[in-house]
Design a protein around this ligand. Structure first.
Ligand SMILES: *Cc1c(COP(=O)(O)O)cnc(C)c1O
Length: 393
């Protein structure tokens, strides 16, 4: 048998070696504190689970769902956008539920990217933006996100011929992995740039509800003109701790959603209905758990940041997302430093280069570890720092 060449273009999975090492250590009975996984440790709210269980018992929900999702779910999504962001959406044309937003993020490349086409992709960035482009036969053109620009792309630095040739531009704020945020002025600028170069914008926004210190992240859809140029991906995963249930959505430009629907209706058969009803409840029911979850992440953020700064792993204070993007000492690569933390402190983090070459010099800590494990992780970091001859300044 012969595998398709496109598989050769997928980069090696950076975490394989680290995950293998964690598994080996655990097999030897050694405990590793894992700060590498961006998956909330807290449970899905019980009122959401109750609705899911009730819907699961109804035989009407045991049949194939529709690719377009239940009309009730599309309406619940539109109402939530109206309540939360003051954005009005046509529930039938401007809302499409997804089997987790990653699914739509990967598939939308098939609607825009022909062999040889470019997509503008942030670096560092969530890997599916570039991998979807590559699987569609296109080429990612990386927009560096650098600390001196507050981890925002510099549109002026993109050569005009590249921007003209590109079909899609990916953006993601609040940002994974840097924890950076963007304001409405930035989104305005992005829309102007997209209009100038006839680009479609895909804004990925799963972290708008994971925010601290009273900050409320905006939606890209709040910009007039956003609907003309783009869509926004969102998700129930991070907001309601529903990563395992696989449900998300994309909203905005009706033509873009129609194109994605065409691809999806030929590849998938929708989201299990019980999970759609759970999402309706998550969107329409009590939202009290969100503030509770954020208080937990904020407390963890402050505890870990204090120690990281003490031991010389300098990081900005993230106003949103549950990630800390910390600078490593000079003289190490992200991978070397990640190995060192695992070998010497039994702490797992994600090497910055897992998100692109601009991630070199950084590691990412995720705050999705329980409070107990966080405390343990902090004391390991402190004692490791005390005994290591690391020159962290
Ligand atoms: C978690 C995450 C997603 C997707 O989550 P789904 O569970 O697939 O909805 C999308 N983008 C970024 C940047 C993420 O961190």
């Amino acid at each position: 048998m012969e595998l398709a060449k496109r598989l050769d273009r997928l980069p090696p999975y950076l975490f394989v070696e680290i995950n293998q090492k964690i598994a080996e250590l655990r097999a030897k009975g050694e405990e590793v504190i894992n700060f590498a996984i961006g998956d909330p440790d807290l449970a899905t709210p019980s009122h959401v689970i109750a609705h899911m269980c009730q819907a699961a018992r109804d035989p009407a929900n045991h049949r194939y769902p529709e690719t377009a999702g239940l009309p009730e779910l599309r309406r619940a999504i539109a109402e939530w956008y109206e309540r939360r962001f003051g954005v009005s959406l046509d529930a039938d044309k401007e809302v499409l539920p997804l089997i987790g937003s990653k699914e739509g993020i990967g598939h939308i490349a098939l609607c825009f990217i022909q062999p040889g086409d470019l997509a503008l992709v942030p670096d560092p960035g969530y890997p599916p933006y570039s991998l979807g482009t590559i699987l569609a036969g296109g080429e990612p053109y990386f927009m560096p996100l650098q600390e001196e620009n507050d981890f925002l792309p510099d549109f002026e630095a993109i050569p005009a011929e590249v921007a003209d040739k590109a079909k899609l531009m990916w953006l993601n704020y609040p940002n994974n992995p840097t924890g950076a945020i963007a304001d409405l002025d930035f989104f305005e600028e992005a829309v102007r740039f997209a209009e100038q170069h006839a680009l479609a914008i895909c804004h990925d926004a799963p972290y708008t509800e994971v925010a601290f210190d009273g900050y409320k992240p905006p939606s890209f859809m709040q910009i007039s003109g956003a609907k003309k140029t783009g869509v926004e991906f969102h998700s129930l995963s991070k907001t309601h701790h529903m990563t395992g249930w696989r449900i998300g959505m994309v909203v905005g430009n009706a033509d873009m959603l129609d194109a994605l629907f065409k691809v999806k209706s030929n590849l998938d058969s929708g989201i299990p209905r019980a999970i759609q009803y759970a999402a309706v409840e998550a969107l329409r029911g009590s939202q009290k758990h969100i503030a509770g979850h954020n208080a937990v992440f904020q407390r963890r953020r402050d505890k870990l940041l204090k120690v990281l700064n003490e031991i010389g792993l300098k990081a900005r204070i993230p106003k949103a997302t549950f990630y800390i993007w910390a600078k490593i000492p000079q003289g190490y690569t992200s991978i070397d430093f990640t190995r060192k933390l695992l070998d010497e402190a039994r702490i797992a983090v994600t090497p910055g280069t897992g998100y692109g070459k601009e991630g070199e010099g950084y590691i990412r800590f995720s705050l999705t570890v329980s409070d107990d494990r966080l405390e343990q992780g902090i004391s390991r970091l402190l004692s490791w720092h005390a005994r290591s001859n690391l020159d962290c300044v």
